[in-house]
Design a protein around this ligand. Structure first.
Ligand SMILES: Nc1ncnc2c1ncn2[C@@H]1O[C@H](COP(=O)(O)OP(=O)(O)O)[C@@H](O)[C@H]1O
Ligand SMILES: [Mg+2]
Length: 386
């Protein structure tokens, strides 16, 4: 097993900065996900780890080994692509065996028997028993993705890299393959980096999630941490739903009080303890739909008054879309409730559930002492790895 350490990585393509200032440690045996919208730099970062790209700056370590300049075939990583990338003229067995046939361990080739044993084990691992002779075009999408998984794993890689491996599958197969990937990853306890743009997939598959925007990692944490304590507005918005109400701080304390444009005050908590909030600073109050209630639970709960636009009955809950002045908001309420559009609604948000977030993404994180993106941190790391 291998721990992957990324230090201040940057990769540009001409004028495009695909990813920058990436400093993170992917723990051994864990499945870490790179999550973010299309174009945010996920594939670039994965390819840097695989060795297909050289970074402009920064270093990559596999345990204590600096692999920054090590070519891909010497990093012992297995890669699975979105489009499977199988050889169409070969059968399942040969597709899986290919990597072993060209692999050398201490300059030695694998014997035919050793290859057979390993390919069979890989076929069993991904549950393709009896399909070794099939041609790739005779397989379903799910089966093809199992072949590419087996092909990546048969070389016994230290690191497994998966780039949107489920995007080409239909919804049902996607769930099935997702569970298979989790099973295999846990069975082998292999350090895995998984790329997806799907937040639900990321939350359900990962030990840890790195949320990316415009090439930067805005947060790296467990699914619970990033949902419950998002550190930027982007993360709060990208993971799950949130109503955002902008205002300015009029009192700092255990609870931060924020004056919103209609004169009301909302009190909530910060999700970044170290961020240096100041009185008068513009911030956003972020509230999850499930944290808005019809009843008060505490006399100090925030009262939010809005006008109902529309409700959607989803069986186990009622999604309520409403407006607070110009702001669109949403709540998740008891499915037995009924509302008319245009009706006024009074909701209550407990102070501990309201998240107070600074404006800005990376710029805000730079003000957090000790953060990998903090203003003081960047130049030193850049110098040490230049
Ligand atoms: N080979 C390349 N040449 C030029 N630009 C690239 C190349 N690969 C990626 N990019 C650009 O870098 C940015 C990040 O791309 P990518 O890592 O593929 O994002 P993602 O995988 O998150 O969709 C995008 O703006 C993309 O257009
Ligand atoms: Mg990509």
């Amino acid at each position: 097993m291998v721990e992957i350490k990324l230090e201040n990585l940057r990769k540009t393509f001409g004028k495009i900065v695909a990813t920058d200032e990436v400093t993170m440690t992917l723990r051994e045996g864990e499945l870490s996900t790179l999550l973010g919208p299309s174009g945010c730099g996920k594939t670039t970062l994965l390819r840097l780890i695989a060795g297909f790209y050289r970074p402009d700056r920064g270093r990559i370590f596999f345990d204590e080994d600096d692999v920054t300049k090590v070519p891909p075939h010497k990093r012992n990583t297995g890669m699975v692509f979105q489009n499977y990338a199988l050889w169409p003229h070969m059968n399942v067995y040969d597709n899986i065996a290919y990597g072993l046939k060209i692999k050398r361990v201490d300059g030695m080739k694998y014997t035919k028997a050793a290859i057979e044993k390993r390919v069979q084990a890989a076929i069993d691992l991904v549950h393709l028993e009896g399909l070794g002779d099939r041609h790739v075009h005779q397989l379903s999408g799910g089966q093809q993705q199992r072949v590419s998984l087996a092909r990546a794993l048969v070389i016994e890689p230290d690191v497994l890299l998966l780039d949107e491996p489920l995007s080409n599958l239909d919804a049902k197969l996607r769930t099935e393959m997702r569970e298979e990937i989790i099973r295999i990853q846990k069975e082998l306890s292999i350090t895995t980096v998984y790329v997806t743009h799907d937040q639900h997939e990321a939350l359900s598959i990962s030990d840890r999630v790195a949320v990316m925007e415009h090439g930067y990692i805005q947060q790296f944490g467990t699914p619970r941490e990033i949902y419950q304590h998002p550190q930027t507005i982007f993360v709060a918005d990208f993971i799950g739903q949130c109503t955002f109400i902008e205002g300015s701080i009029n009192n700092l304390g255990k609870y931060i009080q924020v004056q919103i444009p209609d004169g009301q005050v909302i009190a909530g908590k910060t999700t970044i303890e170290e961020y240096p909030f100041e009185e008068g600073e513009s911030v956003k109050c972020a509230i999850r739909p499930e944290d808005l209630h019809l009843e008060r639970t505490d006399p100090r709960d925030n009262e939010i008054i809005g006008t109902i636009n529309r409700t959607i009955y989803i069986g186990n809950a009622l999604e309520v879309y409403f407006s607070i002045g110009d702001i669109s908001a949403q709540a998740l309420l008891d499915p037995d409730l009924k509302f008319e559009s245009g009706e006024e609604i009074h909701l209550f948000a407990p102070r501990p559930e309201v998240m107070i977030l600074p404006l800005g993404g990376v710029e805000a994180l730079r003000k957090v002492p000790g953060h990998p993106l903090a203003e003081a941190a960047a130049p030193t790391t850049a110098k040490s790895s230049a």
